[in-house]
Every structure is written in C-alpha cells, then in structure tokens.
Design a protein around this ligand. Structure first.
Ligand code: NAD
Ligand code: FES
Length: 285
C-alpha cells in the first residue's frame, strides 16, 4: 500500500498528493509517469509525476476530477493509501541524456496548459539544478485554475501567466502568448508543450511558423502502461508508437494529432456513465 503523506487542494477539483513510494521516488526522472489504483476493483489511472524526493521516498502527483476514477482519487485523504502505485513508467525527457555544456548553451521554453503545469514543473526544476535557463508560459481558463505558479517562479528564469478570460496575467490562449514572445524577437532553442491534446496541436501549428523545435507529451488513454494492450497507440512520423513505452514525449511535428484526439475520446460515453454511477454511489469500490 502507498500511503498519502500530504494532500493539498490547488484549485477547485484539483489536488496535489505526496505519496510514499520509495522505489518510484528513487528512480523517477522528469518526463515519466505512474499508474495508480485506488482499490482492488479500481481502474488503472495514468498520472504524470509532478515531483519526487528520493531521500524522503515520496512522489508528488496532481489529479483533476474529470471522471469516476479521478473522483475516487480526490476523495482520498492524508493517511489513506493507493493499492497500486506503479512506475516510473515511460521514457525520461531527452534532455536528461545531454551533457552540461550542451544543455547550458540552450534556452528552453515550456508551454503548460491547465493541469499540464504539473508535469512541466519537474522538468523545469531539473533543468534549473543543471544551470539551464527555462521560461514557462502557464495558461488556464481563469485565475483560480492557475496552479503551481509560486513553485514555478522558484525554478524558471521567467514565468508568463495567461488566462482565457483575462482575470490574471495576459488575456488569451497560450498560443497567443507564444506568438507574442516570438514576434518580439525572443529566441528559444527548444520548446516543450504539455497540456490538453487540442492545445498541443495548436501550439505545434503556431511553433511551425517560427521553425521552433517542439516536444509534446501525449496524455493518451492507457491501460497496462507497458506496451502490451495498445490503448495508447499513436501515429508518429507515419509509424505506430506506444505513448507508454516509446513516449510519452515525441517530436511535435511528427504527431498525428487528429487521430490522437479521436482516440482519446473513444470511450467518452462509457466515462460519463461511470462517473454518473460513481456520483450516485453505484461505482466499483
Ligand atoms: P484547459 O482546457 O483549461 O486548457 C488549458 C490552457 O490550454 C488554456 O487556458 C489555453 O491557454 C490552452 N488551450 C486550450 N485549448 C487550446 C486551443 N484550442 N488552442 C490554443 N490553446 C489552447 O485545460 P485543463 O482543463 O486544465 O486541461 C486538462 C487536460 O489536460 C486534460 O485533457 C488532461 O488530460 C490534460 N493533461 C495533459 C497532460 C499531458 O501530459 N499532456 C498532463 C496532465 C493533464
Ligand atoms: Fe497499453 Fe501503452 S498503455 S500499450
């Protein structure tokens, strides 16, 4: 069992949990994820790793209530435990393999959309510890949905906040902020976008106009997380790849986003039905 050491509400329906998971914490790297189960009957839920502390043996995850399984996760409290906490899964971000002298000559730009801010944080933190400059654009619908701003300010060289409704920071989508930064002559050697699939598609279309190298992290459906079931199948560079073992990060310009978006909503009806059952107390476990 994997005990919840701390729980903190970050925004309405979004919570951060620090979970005791020594083995995951000791080998986790930025870019990787875990698959958790709330109980024996629970669905396997992939969650990106938001932080990890090998000394304390803890891993931080951030969950947003979007359906039945995330509703069950959010209902857990400090002292409760996950029955499964499997990881670290997936490939680490490519930059972990680069030498300091190469990395330190690069300027990174991260584009984080909504909950995608959580997996961006460990990447920026990692680069900060290696003396690499990284700017971050954080976008959310409204001010109260901006998460991890303070933590990001500690590790990023600059943070640009955007809200769709203009309630905080720049008024507009992350793509508008990206365009503004690039039009104003800012130069970045590498960009990384993490957020809703539709956001990553449009960031890719914007970045292409400026020949900005771009990596995206694909949050596909997942079941086993080990390359066996095919649930996370995506087409990258015309080839079938599995986000759980070949990714989740890929070269944005090679990704077939339209197919990825279609596949992501394949079980929408079943998800809505399961969430409804969970709300009225008929869900599994
Ligand atoms: P959201 O819909 O509120 O979008 C967040 C921001 O993304 C918006 O404020 C906007 O700036 C930008 N955005 C959204 N649609 C856009 C578009 N069409 N064009 C340009 N920019 C756009 O996000 P949310 O509700 O917080 O997101 C939750 C989603 O994030 C879920 O689908 C979840 O699966 C996904 N997510 C992805 C990852 C990942 O690894 N890629 C990790 C965690 C969560
Ligand atoms: Fe099953 Fe990737 S989740 S193959």
């Amino acid at each position: 069992m994997y005990k919840i050491l701390k729980k903190r509400i970050l925004a309405p329906d979004i919570c951060l949990m620090e979970v005791s998971a020594y083995r995951v914490a000791s080998s986790a790297q930025p870019g990787q994820f875990v698959i958790v189960r709330v109980n024996q009957h629970g669905e396997r839920v992939p969650l990106t790793i938001c932080d990890f502390d090998p000394v304390a043996g803890s891993v931080t995850i951030v969950t947003q209530r979007v359906g039945a399984s995330s509703r069950k996760i959010l209902a857990l409290e400090e002292g409760d435990a996950f029955v499964d906490f499997v990881g670290p899964l997936g490939m680490p971000s490519e930059f972990v393999h680069e030498k300091d002298e190469v990395l330190q000559n690069k300027k990174y730009l991260f584009i984080a959309g909504g909950l995608g801010t959580a997996p961006v944080y460990p990447q920026v933190k990692y680069l900060h510890t290696r003396g690499v400059q990284a700017e971050v654009i954080i976008g959310a619908k409204t001010r109260e949905l901006i998460i991890m701003e303070e933590e990001m300010m500690q590790v990023a060289s600059r943070v640009h906040i955007c809200t769709d409704d203009g309630s905080y920071g720049f008024k507009g989508l992350v793509t508008a902020k990206l365009k503004e930064l690039l039009d104003n002559g800012n130069h970045y050697d590498q960009a990384v976008a993490i957020g809703p699939m539709i956001m990553m598609k449009f960031v890719t279309l914007t970045a292409r106009d400026y020949s900005l190298p771009l990596i995206v992290s694909l949050n596909t459906l997942m079941v086993d997380g080990t390359g066996m079931c095919g649930a996370c199948r995506v087409t990258v560079g015309g080839q079938t790849r599995f986000a759980c073992v070949d990714g989740p990060e890929f070269d944005a310009y090679q990704v077939d986003f339209d197919e990825a978006i279609r596949r992501q909503s394949m079980y929408k009806e079943q998800e809505i039905e399961a969430d409804h059952k969970c709300k009225i107390g008929l869900g599994n476990g």
